[in-house]
Design a protein around this ligand. Structure first.
Ligand code: ACM
Ligand code: ZN
Length: 554
């Protein structure tokens, strides 16, 4: 009997100790992107109803961070924590403090002890990222509304962290399909979860102009609406259309709301106004901006279109007025001017274009495109901003201060860096999240083509081997692109970006030598549970091969 009792006691003790394991390996915290340095500790901090958030330096930038944390914890736990302003930590508090002795502009340290949580950073952005890491130390259920009135434990840990790249971006095309203001905010929330900091907003294209410009109301009266949309894949040989008018646009008030929303979360919104190509929707509204009189219609199908701006004074005047309104709406240092996929057919046939080529002593239409971009760059630089363009802007000569977005592979990025121009890497091979994520395409929703799974994204190295020493500093970072020809709903956007974006977040944040696919895969399993808790859609089969009978649509 005595023996039995002692056995039961030992078993009970084992069960108790098993139920509260102390994490020993950094990855047991399941943090993504992986921080630079994680030191595990024994014990836990208990977050309760009387836990205080103490913010040392209240400012326009830090205020929203404590507010974010308060709101997040309120939704997750039901506890509405008090925010205090004080320079001293207190036991039982979450202490947020700026520390000028730290050097990394976006770095932070996070210390969880049984008594208190301390997040310190050189600047507000780092504090915000520290809060995001703390969020991942909480149980998965906090991402949903499930754990009300819970006492939540945060495992003790000491973390030092800073991102590898300053540009950690995601592009969303809202021209091919339109997403609501609320959905754009949800997209920004995805960036926040992944410590990404650039939302590249592709606002204009052949199939829709999506930004209100007060001086040119027809851009949204006419240019934001197409009479119908191509059904099926553009290359499938059929020509079926759905017969449904489609469109939408963001008012200037909507845009201000989104830019302000993003700013509070340390996300910069970079607008893209396409020129000289991908401009048919603008030409439908104002045909006189083209080489020929038109009329033109907002495109109803996908692909590269021949109708482009004519490089004449009228078109430059228009673009400059548009950009003045864009400058007023977007405080970002960069304005993206597109520059990709501009067929030269119309310029070859246009007398004005040919006269201009002669007058300016240009070699051909490629040099005319360079002349066009350089002229627009000057205007943009004169207004204190810088341009980003797709890698076609290298053809015919690079505008003097341009940043290049390398998408047709990495060649453009290498060439630009060697010319001492900043570069953002976004090659189709690793960064095009409109590609299929499985080789069994018949089990996937219709996509543009290609194949890019999460493991391949994870394997991406943004700094090409061809660059040496000083040249590597021109690689500012990388970006995932979501072109939306075949992505009609926001739920489908989530499916396409997750978890590929999760993999990319580690590529752009974490140290190269710390990256390990097998380790990431384990952490990703927990991250997927967070998406489940938050009701966020993702490619469920991303870590397994889809089997027969898998749901075709998500
Ligand atoms: C692009 O994919 N046309 C930049
Ligand atoms: Zn012309």
């Amino acid at each position: 009997m005595y023996k039995l009792m002692s056995c039961l006691l030992i078993l009970l003790l084992m069960m108790v100790s098993c139920s509260q394991p102390v994490p020993e390996e950094p990855n047991q915290y399941h943090l993504i992107p992986l921080p630079q340095k994680v030191v595990t500790r024994e014990g836990k901090f208990h977050l309760k109803a009387d836990t205080k958030i103490i913010l040392t330096q209240q400012s326009e930038e830090t205020g929203p961070i404590s507010e974010f944390l308060r709101q997040f914890l309120k939704e997750a736990t039901g506890h509405d924590l008090e925010i205090m302003h004080s320079s001293k930590p207190e036991n039982g508090s979450i202490f947020l403090t700026l520390d000028p002795s730290q050097t990394a502009p976006e770095g932070y340290t996070l210390k969880v002890d049984t008594e208190q949580v301390t997040i310190s950073a050189k600047a507000a952005a780092g504090l915000f990222y520290g809060v995001q890491t703390m969020r991942q130390l909480l149980p998965v259920a906090v991402e949903g509304p499930a754990s009300h009135d819970a006492i939540i434990a945060i495992p003790n840990v000491a973390i030092e962290d800073t991102p590898r790249f300053s540009y950690r971006g995601m592009m969303l095309d809202v021209a091919r399909h339109f997403y609501t203001v609320d959905e754009i905010k949800q997209f920004i929330e995805l960036l926040v979860m992944h410590k990404m900091n650039i939302f590249h907003w592709h606002l204009t294209d052949d199939q829709g102009w999506r930004i209100e410009i007060k001086k040119y109301p027809k851009l949204t009266e006419i240019g934001a609406w197409r009479k119908e949309t191509r059904v099926g894949h553009a290359g499938d040989g059929s020509s079926r259309y759905d017969g449904k008018r489609y469109g939408g646009f963001y008012s200037q008030e909507d845009i201000k709301e989104i830019v302000t929303y993003a700013k509070k979360k340390f996300v910069t919104v970079i607008p893209e106004i396409e020129m000289p190509g991908h401009s048919q929707a603008a030409l439908a509204a104002y045909p006189k901006l083209a080489c020929n009189p038109g009329p033109y219609e907002v495109s109803t199908t996908w692909g590269v279109h021949k109708e482009v701006y004519c490089p004449k004074e009228e078109a430059f005047g228009f673009l400059e007025e548009v950009l003045k309104e864009v400058f007023a709406l977007f405080p970002s240092k960069y304005i993206h001017i597109g520059g990709d996929e501009c067929p030269k057919d119309r310029w070859k046939e246009c007398l004005d274009c040919q006269t201009l080529i002669q007058k300016e002593g240009l070699e051909d239409e490629h040099e005319l495109q360079c002349w066009f971009i350089t002229r627009m760059e000057k205007f943009i630089n004169d207004h204190g901003r810088k341009i980003i363009g797709w890698d076609e802007i290298l053809e015919g000569g690079l505008a003097p201060n341009a940043t290049v977005m390398s998408w047709r592979g990495v060649k453009g990025g290498i060439e630009a860096a060697k010319q001492k121009h900043d570069v953002i890497m976004t090659p189709t091979s690793h960064c095009y999240f409109d590609y299929y994520q499985s080789e069994e395409t018949d089990k996937e929703p219709l996509a543009i083509g290609g194949f890019l799974n999460v493991q391949k994204v994870y394997s991406y190295e943004p700094v090409p081997d061809e660059l040496t020493g000083d040249e590597t500093k021109y690689i500012l970072g990388a970006q995932g692109n979501v072109w939306t020809e075949y992505i009609p709903t926001y739920e489908h956007v989530q499916y396409m970006v997750l978890p590929r974006m999760t993999a990319l977040s580690e590529v752009v944040w974490s140290d190269k030598q710390n990256r390990n696919w097998d380790d990431f895969k384990e952490r990703l399993k927990v991250q997927l549970k967070r998406f489940d808790a938050a009701g966020i859609n993702y490619a469920k089969h991303s870590l397994t091969k889809p089997s027969a009978g898998n749901e075709k649509n998500q």
